[in-house]
Design a binder for this molecule. Structure first.
Ligand code: LER
Ligand code: MN
Length: 279
């Protein structure tokens, strides 16, 4: 029913082949590539995907300060829009359906000018990137991050309003259960509210560790995805407990490799088991 992948950036600087081998070993269908188009060779990655019989479900944009779609600085904004377009080209090159878009970057917890101005900047940036994506047959999926990571779009309903204001039908939404567990009063109601434009899902438990290690009721979540007709990918995005998510996976020790293996297996086993019980 669902396709399962894990997002590549959680494995830090690990060789992509090592990550793909692990995903295949634990029964995944694909990978979500980290959005670093300048350092990925489309042909090499496509060959590796073929070798391990995996698909690329999606591209996870990495939104640093230089890639701020909401910025009052025009050069920064242009750079950010170009970055999303480059991720769209990467998606088209590796056969992925969508690119994740985060309107204000990770670590920006207050506007440089005003919320309203930066909201309008984001609408315009995402509209331009969305129009480009449409010409390539790729969707964008706006992701709401929790308030401790960014400030502009924290709830699925904010993301819905933003997508509507772009007025481009390639601009869809995604749901990340870790962020939602902090920001949404009711996980099922939040999913239902955006169901017609829900294009992608990220899964981690409430501590951001692998699904099943914490308290999120994934049975309720998966039931509402099924009831609302969701047919996209389920992408695992787990991390050990850290403040800056992008720095989290930068260690490369034997201990972290063991955690990668354990969490990769734990997540898919837990989610697949529940999906099977609901079938
Ligand atoms: C990216 O998908 C995400 O969820 C953010 O928290 C960035 O780390
Ligand atoms: Mn996410």
């Amino acid at each position: 029913m669902f396709r399962y992948s894990a997002t590549q950036w959680i494995y830090g600087n690990e060789e992509i082949e090592t990550s793909l081998r692990r995903l295949k070993r634990f029964g995944y269908d694909g990978v979500e590539l980290a959005g670093e188009p300048a350092s990925l060779n489309v042909e090499e990655v496509s060959n590796l995907l073929r070798k391990y019989e995996l698909i690329c479900t999606s591209i996870c944009g990495i939104y640093t300060r230089e890639r701020d779609l909401s910025s009052p600085n025009l050069d920064t904004r242009r750079n950010a829009v170009q970055y999303v377009k480059d991720c769209v080209d990467l998606a088209a090159g590796v056969g992925a359906a969508l690119v994740i878009v985060v309107p204000s970057p990770v670590g920006k917890n207050a506007p440089d000018t005003t919320y309203e101005e930066e909201w309008e900047n984001s609408v315009a940036s995402i509209r331009e990137a969305g129009e480009y994506a449409k010409t390539k047959g790729i969707n964008l999926a706006i992701e709401a991050l929790n308030r401790f990571e960014t400030y502009l779009v924290n709830k699925l309903d904010d993301a819905k309003k933003l997508a509507e204001q772009t007025n481009v039908d390639s601009v869809k939404l995604m749901a990340d259960l870790f962020h939602m567990n902090i920001e949404e009063r009711n996980l099922s109601a939040a999913i239902r509210n955006i169901a017609p434009v829900l294009a992608h899902v990220h899964i981690a438990d409430n501590t951001r560790e692998a699904a099943g290690l914490g308290v999120i009721d994934f049975k309720q979540v998966l039931r509402s995805l099924i009831e609302n007709g969701y047919q996209g990918s389920i992408t695992m995005e787990f991390l050990p407990p850290v403040s800056n998510p992008y720095l989290a996976a930068q260690r490369e020790s034997g201990a972290s490799i063991a955690v990668f293996d354990r969490y990769t297996q734990q997540s898919i086993d837990h989610i697949k088991h529940i999906v099977e019980s609901l079938a």
